[in-house]
Design a protein around this ligand. Structure first.
Ligand code: NAD
Length: 711
């Protein structure tokens, strides 16, 4: 096997270790690479006249992407002793970098995260390239872990406890300028002068020996007063609790560890880190977050088709309809530098839509305001035009009213003006793509491109294949969605496609529960305590009760045996209670902040529908809400609506806000197990066929299969 790390001597007495994993886009610190590093360091150390060693990557834009997560997965069930031993072996090797009898310098261009950031941190000095790709950070908490190769011990000693706490518990990467300001980077230079800058640093340090003083400081305990520590602990815990809502244990564990270990000698701090790492490793949340990592990673590589057909490059996009969705889609295009033409049947709608697009696209997250420079840049990419103008683009997305006849007319008019090779997509949430394609001359170049609301925040896009849609069209739509920073999943046509199909049984069940006399607040809590961003009834209010009624009709017409038209929704719509947009729905929004408040009227209203008030315990409520979702997912798998079980979970997490700390719907279902699910469905059998185990579930239970293992 070709080595990953090669040793060369660009100058007498200056060693260069170049990391370049053969046949891989990224350098990963697998155990084989770590072993190679050990050998190469031995080789360098054998030269007694070495002045210093520079570590660099042979891959432009990529230093090291972290540890080998595949090895993590393989070791998830290992006993804690083994996990501790692995962490300690890494610490000892990296620590050698700070103990060699010459200076060590990391020359970083591109991504340097996780284990890679730890390796660089154990070097005496770091030079970063000022390339836009260069970023440095410790994302371990996002996987439910903390740095385990000395990060929590060395970083606070280098850049101060408070800065280190922010970097490690927040898990966000920093850019070269921030790295310079924090003292992580000793020099920032262009990528092509990186190596010479690193070598210069070797000579400077070899002469001044400044690195030797830093070695002493960075190995000693940190001196902080109890007051300072108390303040830092309280402030950081408040931020962490605000962000994690107590669901993600890793950031708090990292904080507690760093607060305790900072006053310890380095050896103790490292031992404490390994133990804390092992306590998080293999926990349910760690497994769930690793699953999310692998889902997203797979999605990045998935072209959406199983053939080697390639999609066309997308250099311009037309958007028809400048409302909530069309505006959001146009803004997403502009943010990624994609020239966009926007049109609308109403001149007023186009004007106000364009204003909203500019506000969204030019928004600067750091300053929390519209940035004038951004506005100039994105403004130059936005054109407001006619239908003909829109039709000249590579991809056209229709986002007008949800009405089949109007949509069909507009799609046909668009198609007649479009280039024969261009792709036409509809953002419909409910109308079957094959039905919309009826009347098109080139249905093979038409598909659903379903963004979620709000487009700015929701990562998911469903690319829906109609009966005639070709692989090339799908690949182009998938490529386009990725180009604008989204995660596309390809699904077959059908009522509600994937996400709304799984959402509906859950939302409908909340209405069933209301009619059985369950308390509205308790239903909401059962959902939010499970981890959903909001309860199902608040979600009805957000979507709009009229819209939900319309979409619901599509679902109960398609699946009458399990989704029933319940009278509550039409009654509220009739009364003009449409949810947030009308100021009241299941909740009242007539307060100053427009927040959901319980409404006594709803209790009164429900008495007309409820035979008797019945308390349900929270566990029952949670199961009643989520079991229909699992069952619907098994039907979706039986029908082969999705290409892979992982697409269901990706859709649920990034389209619906299903809690990431559960790893996705089916990942969570696997933690229960098919046999146990069947068991837990038995007491619900009397409620009707919607709780009947599906043939797939029964088969899985019989064969002891899991969703992830058997698909
Ligand atoms: P919207 O009412 O905010 O905007 C629709 C726009 O289309 C309006 O500006 C209207 O003037 C324009 N329009 C209507 N007829 C037109 C025509 N013939 N030609 C050109 N423009 C026309 O609606 P929206 O919420 O943005 O929804 C648009 C589409 O996206 C619908 O198909 C909807 O089902 C789908 N969708 C909506 C959401 C959501 O949460 N709002 C989510 C996903 C998908």
């Amino acid at each position: 096997m070709n080595p990953t790390i090669t040793l060369s001597w660009p100058e007498p007495h200056v060693a260069l270790l170049t990391l370049d994993m053969p046949d891989k886009g990224a350098n990963i610190l697998s155990s084989a690479v770590v072993a190679e590093l050990r050998e190469r360091l031995d080789e360098v150390a054998a030269h007694s006249d070495t002045l210093g060693v520079v570590l660099i990557s042979g891959k432009p834009g990529m230093f090291i992407a972290g540890a080998d997560l595949g090895e993590f997965i393989a070791g998830l069930d290992a006993p804690p002793d083994q996990t501790i031993a692995k962490s300690q072996a890494g610490q000892q090797l990296f620590r050698r970098l700070a103990e060699l009898p010459f200076v060590t310098v990391a020359a970083i261009d591109g991504i340097c995260v996780g284990g890679g950031a730890e390796l660089a941190m154990w070097c005496d000095r770091r030079v970063l390239s000022n390339d836009a790709k260069t970023s440095y950070g410790f994302p371990e908490v996002k996987l439910g872990l903390l740095p385990g190769w000395g990060g929590t011990a060395r970083l606070p000693r280098m850049i101060g406890l408070s800065n280190a706490v922010e970097m490690i518990t927040g898990g966000e990467n920093i850019d070269p300028q921030e790295a310079w300001a924090l003292g992580v980077a000793d020099d920032v230079t262009s990528a092509d002068t990186l190596l010479s800058a690193a070598i210069r640093l070797v000579h400077r340090e070899a002469e001044s020996k400044a690195y030797q003083r830093d070695r002493e400081t960075w190995a000693a305990p940190i001196v902080m007063s109890p007051n300072e520590l108390g303040f830092l602990g309280a402030a950081a815990s408040a931020v962490i609790l605000g962000q994690t809502k107590g669901r993600f244990p890793a950031p708090m564990a990292a904080l507690e560890l760093m607060l305790e270990s900072q006053a310890q000698p380095l050896d103790n701090a490292l031992r404490m880190e390994s133990e804390a790492f092992a306590r998080l490793f293999g926990t349910e949340v760690n497994r769930a977050l690793l699953n999310i990592y692998f889902l997203t990673d797979r999605n990045k590589r998935d072209r959406g088709v199983d053939t080697d057909v390639r999609g066309a490059d997308v250099t311009s996009v037309g958007v028809v309809g400048a409302g909530i969705m069309g505006g959001g889609i146009a803004a997403a295009n502009l943010k990624r530098g994609l020239p966009t033409v926007l049109t609308d049947a109403s001149a007023d709608a186009l004007r106000s839509g364009a204003e909203a697009v500019m506000k969204d696209a030019a928004y600067d997250r750091k300053t929390k305001a519209v940035n004038a420079e951004n506005a100039m840049r994105v403004g130059a990419l936005l054109n407001l035009g006619s239908m003909q103008h829109v039709a000249g683009c590579d991809v056209v997305v229709e986002a007008i009213v949800e009405n089949m006849d109007i949509k069909r007319k507009v799609l046909q008019a668009l198609e007649s003006e479009m280039r024969p090779d261009a792709v036409l997509g509809s953002n419909t949430s409910t109308i079957p793509i094959t039905k919309l394609a009826d009347g098109l001359a080139r249905p093979e170049q038409f598909c659903g491109i379903h963004f979620f609301n709000p487009v700015r925040r929701m990562k998911l896009v469903e690319v829906i294949r109609g009966e005639s849609t070709t692989d090339e069209t799908v690949a182009t739509a998938v490529g386009y969605a990725k180009r604008v920073g989204k995660m596309p999943i390809v699904v077959h046509d059908g009522p509600g496609f994937l996400v709304n199909r799984l959402l509906f049984p859950y939302m409908n069940e909340s209405l069933q529960l209301l009619m059985e006399g369950a308390d509205i607040g308790e239903i909401e809590k059962a959902s939010t305590r499970f981890g959903m961003p909001m309860g199902p009834l608040a979600l009805y209010d957000m979507v709009g009760l009229d819209t939900a009624l319309y979409a619901g009709r599509v679902m109960w017409e398609a699946f009458p045996e399990r989704i029933h038209a319940l009278p509550i929704l039409p009654a509220l719509v009739k009364q003009g209670r449409l949810g947030q947009k009308s100021g009241s729905g299941f909740f009242n929004y007539a307060n100053r902040k427009g927040k959901a408040e319980s409404d006594p009227y709803i209790d009164e209203f429900l008495t007309g529908y409820v035979k008797e008030r019945r308390a349900h315990d929270r566990e029952t409520l949670t199961w009643r809400l989520f079991a229909p979702m699992i069952l619907e997912a098994t039907r979706v798998l039986e029908e082969k609506l999705v290409r892979d079980v992982r697409d269901v979970d990706l859709g649920m997490v990034f389209g619906l806000g299903f809690p990431a700390f559960r790893g996705g719907l089916l990942c969570w279902a696997d933690t229960i197990g098919a046999a146990e699910i069947v068991e837990r469905l038995k007491p619900l059998a009397e409620l009707g066929s919607r709780f009947e185990p599906t043939p797939l579930l029964l088969e899985m239970a019989r064969r002891k299969h899991s969703f992830y293992g058997s698909h």
